[in-house]
Design a protein around this ligand. Structure first.
Ligand SMILES: NC(=O)c1ccc[n+]([C@@H]2O[C@H](COP(=O)([O-])OP(=O)(O)OC[C@H]3O[C@@H](n4cnc5c(N)ncnc54)[C@H](OP(=O)(O)O)[C@@H]3O)[C@@H](O)[C@H]2O)c1
Length: 290
C-alpha cells in the first residue's frame, strides 16, 4: 500500500482521494480552502495544514487543481519539500504548460510526471476511466500499480507535454463528434422531430463512418490522398454545399459546418477535387519547419 499526498480537493481531487482510500492506501490531503476534506477524513484521510506538510508526510504527491497557475504557485510554496520526491500532476493544461512545470520541478531536484484524466469524477476507478501519463519514466514505473487503481494508466513518453497533447487531441475528436451531432439534430428539429427520436439513426450512421478513419489515417501518414478514392472531394464539396443550403432554408444556423465547407472549397479549388477528403488535413497541419 502506498503513502500518498493529494493536493486539491475539487470534484476530481475528492474522487481520486476516495478511490485511493477505498483501495487501502494511506492518504494525506490538502486543499487551499479548508474544510473540503471533512468527508474524506471521516473515511480515513489525514488533513495537512499546508501543501508542504502533506508532501512531507507522503512518498508520492498527486496534484489536481484548477490550472497550471495554481499548480506552479503551490510548487513554488512547497519547493524545498519537493526535493528528491515525485510529483504527479493531473491538472488539465497545454503541452507548453506541462513542459514549463516539468522544467520548474527539475530545478527542485524532483521527479515530474504529468497526466491527463480522460474521465469524469464518478468514473474514477471504473472500467472506462483512462489516464494518460508522460514525463519521468522512473516515477511512472515506481507508481504504475497505484495509478492503475484510478483507471487504465497509459504512459506516452519522457516528454512531459505528450499526455496533455493526447488529452487535448482526444477531446478535440469528442467536440467534433458533438458538433456533428448538434448540427444534424438541429436540422431534424427544424421540422419538429425530437432529438431522441432521431438518435438511433444518427448513432448507427456515425458508427458506420468510424470505419473510414483507418483509411484516412493511412493517407495522412503517406501524404498521398489520391489513392483508392471512392467518394472524392469534389463530390463531397457539392454534398456539403447542399447541406448548408438546406441548413439556411430550414432556418438553422450554419456556424458549425461553414468552416468545414470553406476548407473543402479551398482544397478542391486548388486542383485536388479528384482526391480524397483526407487532403483537407494538408490545409490545417503544422507546416514543416514552423
Ligand atoms: N471534473 C471533471 O470532470 C474533470 C475531468 C478531467 C479532468 N479534470 C481536470 O481536473 C482538474 C481539477 O478539476 P475539478 O473538477 O476538481 O475542479 P474544481 O472542482 O473546480 O476544483 C478546483 C480545485 O483547484 C483548487 N484551486 C483553484 N485555484 C487554486 C489556487 N490558486 N491555489 C490552490 N488551489 C487552487 C481549488 O481549491 P479551492 O477549493 O480552494 O477553490 C479546488 O481544489 C482541472 O484541471 C480539470 O480540468 C476535471
Amino acid at each position: 500500500m502506498a503513502n500518498i499526498a493529494i493536493i486539491g480537493l475539487g470534484a476530481m481531487g475528492q474522487a481520486l482521494t476516495a478511490r485511493f482510500l477505498q483501495q487501502g492506501h494511506t492518504v494525506t490531503v490538502w486543499n487551499r480552502t479548508p474544510g473540503k476534506g471533512a468527508s474524506l477524513v471521516a473515511r480515513g484521510a489525514r488533513e495537512a495544514r499546508s501543501a508542504a506538510d502533506a508532501i512531507a508526510a507522503s512518498d508520492v504527491t498527486v496534484m489536481c487543481v484548477l490550472d497550471y497557475s495554481a499548480t506552479d504557485s503551490i510548487i513554488n510554496d512547497a519547493a524545498p519539500t519537493l526535493s528528491g520526491r515525485a510529483l504527479i500532476n493531473l491538472t488539465n493544461g497545454t503541452p507548453a504548460q506541462a513542459r514549463a512545470t516539468a522544467e520548474l520541478v527539475a530545478t527542485l531536484d524532483a521527479d515530474y510526471l504529468d497526466g491527463g484524466i480522460m474521465a469524469t469524477p464518478p468514473m474514477i476507478g471504473g472500467e472506462h476511466a483512462l489516464i494518460l501519463y508522460s514525463g519521468s519514466k522512473a516515477a511512472f514505473d515506481a507508481h504504475a500499480e497505484t495509478l492503475e487503481g484510478l483507471g487504465a494508466a497509459n504512459y506516452l513518453g519522457e516528454d512531459a507535454g505528450l499526455a496533455s497533447l493526447h488529452d487535448l487531441a482526444l477531446l478535440s475528436g469528442m467536440y467534433g463528434l458533438f458538433a456533428g451531432f448538434f448540427h444534424a439534430t438541429a436540422l431534424v428539429d427544424s421540422e419538429g422531430i425530437p432529438a431522441s427520436g432521431f438518435l438511433t439513426l444518427l448513432r448507427n450512421w456515425m458508427t458506420a463512418m468510424l470505419g473510414e478513419l483507418a483509411g484516412y489515417a493511412e493517407k495522412i501518414d503517406s501524404g498521398e490522398h489520391g489513392v483508392n478514392v471512392v467518394s472524392n472531394l469534389g463530390m463531397q464539396t457539392a454534398s456539403l454545399e447542399n447541406i448548408l443550403t438546406a441548413t439556411r432554408e430550414q432556418g438553422v444556423a450554419a456556424d458549425l459546418l461553414n468552416p468545414m465547407l470553406d476548407l473543402f472549397r479551398k482544397r478542391a479549388g486548388s486542383g485536388f477535387g479528384d482526391e480524397d477528403i483526407s487532403g483537407v488535413f494538408e490545409l490545417i497541419r503544422r507546416q514543416r519547419g514552423k
